[in-house]
Design a protein around this ligand. Structure first.
Ligand SMILES: *[C@@H]1O[C@H](CO)[C@@H](O)[C@H](O)[C@H]1NC(C)=O
Ligand SMILES: *[C@@H]1O[C@H](CO)[C@@H](O)[C@H](O)[C@H]1NC(C)=O
Ligand SMILES: *[C@@H]1O[C@H](CO)[C@@H](O)[C@H](O)[C@H]1NC(C)=O
Ligand SMILES: *[C@@H]1O[C@H](CO)[C@@H](O)[C@H](O)[C@H]1NC(C)=O
Length: 445
């Protein structure tokens, strides 16, 4: 019984926050990609970019004897024997990104084609000719890796709401951390990448609240901040998801993830309550990136090159898709919830009592004794009015005659007599007895 009360009061109510009503968090997000700069806004005059030189990027073709050019526009370099290299290109953040409602594609490999409409397919444009063998004449124009894409930064401006609780806050008014740790399907390579990120980050802590500095996974990292908004290097997000663009995309692809693209879910887990600690004043969040194993990603953009639509430029962007989702739950205090929790608990308590009684009466070895003990027969109340009329001294005398203790209040004494099975013999005998008592107390003559 005691344990049930402890379970209900301590565990369910205080530990599991049984007095709060939880509602799933929803969010809106704005994503912005920026090329690496010397700590300035690329829109500002005189803001210098800080790309790594191509000689530091092994996936780019070098114009020296280390690399030999292939027919398909790639090259094979002896410093990166696993995969083919391609020419690299410098891109700004805007041109390397394709932004959707809650996701962003960070282009890592760009494939460009020019498409020219075959005029023989039309009698007079746009009326079709009777047959058409090849509508567009496609010519490959360029293919290139985005140089130093890991140093680009992704700014995440988000806000959270939960309609039922009426809470709504933007990320400027919240604090959050990047979670680097296991997510269930990590291989040894992913674990090693995550551990590497934790040990190379000087500000890594081992818990979201009051964490201590650590150099092991799992760890939590503070985002970089620009005007109260969070941003991360693409490389950091990839490492936190446990992937490298330099590993093979999927078995048998023969290309790196940099060439094929990859899909990453960026979950933002919101919370404003902590088990055992209750509601918090501020909402906090955790970024939890996770990769979809063996995934690839590509998106295509077509832009007209001439006004009549005859010449088109087609761009295939292979890259990292970051799909942002809201997770977690926001809580508010709710009296109905508290009441519901207590009612459930009381029902549990009642059920337990019934269970114990059934065991005691029908199952256990000494059940006959238990059921006698459970149903305490109350005394016969027939004589209560008679006893009520007696004086306290008379009651004491009655008790003494039956060798019963004479302590306690008047009511206790009466009850004790009734439990003993007291019956008044007759009014006469009682008065006789009191006479006798009077005689006994009188001095000897
Ligand atoms: C060619 O250039 C790359 C980097 O740009 C360098 O790592 C490599 O050593 C060079 N090879 C030769 C033979 O100079
Ligand atoms: C790669 O770049 C070199 C010069 O930088 C150029 O000669 C070569 O044609 C380029 N390759 C492709 C496929 O564009
Ligand atoms: C253009 O279309 C015609 C008719 O379908 C076809 O015979 C011809 O080969 C096409 N031209 C090219 C360059 O593909
Ligand atoms: C809540 O956030 C505000 C503004 O961001 C901050 O001043 C305050 O200290 C925070 N409160 C707690 C308990 O963290």
């Amino acid at each position: 019984m005691f344990f049930i009360v402890v379970y209900i009061l301590v565990y369910q109510l205080i530990g599991n926050l049984g007095y709060l009503k939880f509602d799933a968090a929803q969010n809106t997000v704005r994503l912005t990609l920026q090329e690496p700069t010397a700590g300035c806004n690329p829109n500002d005059v005189g803001c210098k970019d800080s790309f790594a030189p191509l000689s530091h990027l092994p996936y780019c073709c070098a114009q020296n004897s280390s690399c030999k050019t292939n027919d398909d526009g790639s090259c094979s370099c002896d410093y990166r024997p696993t995969f083919k290299d391609y020419n690299c290109t410098w891109l700004s953040g805007t041109s390397a990104a394709a932004i959707r409602e809650s996701s962003i594609v960070v282009s890592t490999f760009l494939h460009e084609y020019t498409m020219t409409l075959n005029t023989s397919c039309f009698t007079s444009y746009p009326s079709a000719a009777p047959s058409c063998d090849e509508l567009y004449i496609v010519q490959e124009k360029a293919q290139a890796f985005t140089a130093d894409v890991e140093s680009f930064t992704l700014l995440i401006d988000h806000s959270v709401t939960s309609p039922k609780s009426g809470l709504a806050t933007t990320s400027r008014d919240m604090q959050g951390l990047l979670f680097v740790g296991p997510n269930g399907n990590d291989g040894s390579e992913a674990s090693a990448i995550k551990a590497g990120l934790c040990s190379s980050s000087s500000d890594a802590v081992d818990a979201p609240r009051n964490g201590r500095a650590t150099d092991k996974a799992p760890c939590y990292l503070k985002p970089n901040s620009a005007g109260g908004l969070d941003f991360f290097a693409i490389g950091t997000l990839l490492q936190a998801a446990g992937v490298s663009l330099e590993s093979e995309s999927y078995p048998g692809s023969g290309h790196s993830a940099r060439y094929e693209g990859i899909t990453i879910n960026l979950n933002i887990d919101y919370s404003n309550s902590i088990p055992w600690h209750g509601l918090q004043a501020n909402i906090s969040y955790l970024y939890k990136p996770s990769v979809i194993p063996r995934s690839t990603f590509k998106t295509t953009e077509v832009t007209p090159l001439s006004l009549d639509g005859v010449h088109m430029l087609k761009k295939s962007l292979h890259g990292v898709l970051f799909e942002v989702r809201a997770g977690g739950q926001l809580a508010i205090f709710d009296f109905t919830q508290l009441l519901l929790q207590l009612t459930t608990s009381l029902t549990l308590l009642a059920l337990a009592t019934v269970g114990v009684n059934i065991m005691a009466q029908y199952v256990l070895r000494y059940r006959h004794y238990y059921s006698e003990a459970l149903y305490d027969r109350t005394a016969d109340f027939d004589n209560i009015s008679f006893l009520e009329r007696q004086s306290e001294d008379q009651l004491r005398q009655e008790l003494r005659d039956r060798n019963l203790p004479q302590s306690g209040t008047r009511e206790r004494m009466i009850l004790r007599l009734m439990e003993y099975g007291y019956r008044p013999s007759s009014t006469a005998s009682l008065s006789f007895r009191s006479e006798r008592a009077a005689l006994a107390s009188a001095p000897d003559v």
